[in-house]
Design a protein around this ligand. Structure first.
Ligand SMILES: Nc1ncnc2c1ncn2[C@@H]1O[C@H](COP(=O)(O)OP(=O)(O)OP(=O)(O)O)[C@@H](O)[C@H]1O
Length: 366
């Protein structure tokens, strides 16, 4: 039995005639760090709130540590939650905020002090312990909110977009802090975010949702390399995967602008005989430059003119028009070209994905 089990969990809000969360099935192991990602309104927070007990489960069963918790009150579920808006008490100091929940639990004062000191130490808040929230930066406030959660010593942490109010740089450093905290404490963590980079960098496994339905569950690189559908392929990765409308007949792939490439034997096999109109997907780093110097199906070599560049140093984006759309290739600093330059490239034969035009299913991952 897994530590947390969702069995056909559904949520229908009062007054609605359709499920906001539909047949959610998932097993989470003890100590795992799971991220729920998906666009706004896809049901991530609703699912998290059902685990916390703040939202009624309208269908299915939820088990935590072997016990069905559908009807169990939030405080008895063994969870601690960290919110996006921190939810700190403005009139209390850092140490009072962190210890408040324990005081409420009627823990003796000396024990509370020990726990609060431990949290303050682990979160690097010593010099702020007597300050009130209004005199703290966003990152410090977020650490106090984390402190409140960790002193409770619960087995499950739920975090709802805890970093979304922080600026970009602080978000990156807090990601590392939360990951470190997770490694040290080993609590099973479920982390809601709409930021796929946050999910990719922090989570053991990612659950991608759309319209209340799980699209795919997997390790970050599994989702990146083996997306089950076009939605997952487009959601994970930045820049987004390139998508081209194509027609496949036999082993020939024809693009909207008339260009063609020939499928390798391996790719044709992966495609499993599917023919006709579909969407070809390929990641920017799988479009290889300087094709004439490579032994990469050179008969599939294409060329284009660069229309835009994004130079970041170690990773750089070259934009060009091809196949009836704008495409982007990801290149190293040794391959940077200028706007107006001609590039010769090939699509890495084994790195193409073919999606059904209607359903978005990835034929190459079936
Ligand atoms: N109390 C409620 N009553 C009715 N509908 C609700 C309620 N709370 C949320 N919803 C609706 O349920 C859907 C899912 O909302 P939810 O907050 O779970 O999405 P989310 O994926 O967390 O989005 P976001 O990233 O914007 O926070 C939305 O369409 C939302 O409007």
């Amino acid at each position: 039995m897994s530590f947390i089990e969702f069995k056909n969990i559904c949520k229908m809000y009062p007054g609605s005639d359709k499920n906001t969360v539909e047949n959610f099935n998932l097993d989470i192991e003890e100590k795992e760090f799971i991220a729920f990602v998906g666009p706004s309104g896809c049901g991530k927070s609703t699912t998290l709130r059902m685990i916390a007990g703040f939202e009624e489960i309208t269908g299915g069963e939820l088990y935590i540590d072997g016990k069905k918790v559908n009807e169990v009150a939030p405080r008895d579920r063994g969870i601690a939650m960290v919110f996006q808006n921190y939810a700190l008490y403005p009139h209390m100091t850092v140490e009072k905020n962190i210890g408040y929940g324990l005081k409420n639990m009627k823990m003796p004062a000396d024990q509370i002090k020990k726990k609060v000191d431990w949290a303050i130490d682990i979160l690097g808040l010593e010099e702020y312990r007597h300050r009130k929230p209004k005199n703290l930066s966003g990152g410090q406030r977020q650490r106090v909110a984390l402190g409140r959660a960790i002193v409770k010593n619960q087995k499950v942490f739920l975090m709802d977009e805890p970093l979304s109010n922080l600026d970009a740089k602080l978000r990156v450093s807090m990601r590392t802090e939360i990951s470190k905290l997770h490694r040290e404490l080993g609590a099973t963590t479920i982390y809601v975010t709409h930021d796929q980079v946050e999910a990719m960098t922090m989570a053991d496994r990612i659950v991608i949702m759309k319209d209340g339905i799980i699209q795919q569950v997997g390790k970050p690189m599994e989702l990146y390399d083996h997306p089950k559908n076009q939605f997952v392929a487009g959601f994970i990765g930045s820049p987004q995967m390139n998508f081209f409308d194509v027609t496949v007949s036999g082993n020939t792939v024809k693009f909207a602008d008339g260009n063609t490439i020939t499928l390798s034997e391996g790719m044709a096999k992966k495609l499993g005989g599917h023919q006709g109109e579909m969407v070809l997907g390929i990641r920017g780093e799988d479009i290889k430059m300087d094709a004439q110097n490579m032994d990469l199906h050179s008969d599939n070599q294409q060329y284009a003119v660069i229309t835009d560049t994004e130079v970041m140093g170690n990773e750089n984006n070259l934009y060009f028009n091809f196949g009836g759309t704008q495409a982007v290739a990801r290149v190293s600093k040794y391959e940077i070209s200028q706007i107006g330059d001609r590039i010769d490239f090939v699509f890495m034969p084994s790195k193409m994905h073919f999606f059904d035009k209607e359903t978005g299913i990835n034929y190459t991952e079936m």
